[in-house]
Design a protein around this ligand. Sequence first.
Ligand code: ZN
Length: 84
Amino acid sequence: MKCAMCKRGETKPGVTSVLLTRGDFTLVMREVPAEICEICGEDYIDGKIAKDLYHLAERMQNQGTLLDVRKYQYQNDPVCGAEG
Ligand SMILES: [Zn+2]
């Protein structure tokens, strides 16, 4: 697709790192699948994956974690709802 940031580049499938913060908690997720602009490097993450990351961060925050860095692995089973 056409990049919305620079409006010149085309995006290509690749991976990116995502930084998520929720209150005191920081999650760095590496190797998240995304569409990356070949010119400006803007990354576009699939809505389903973004939601997955959000729920993962929420769950980790509930466990009292303050900082976590991990490699993304797509979960077929939704992370949310498993623990109420
Ligand atoms: Zn771009």
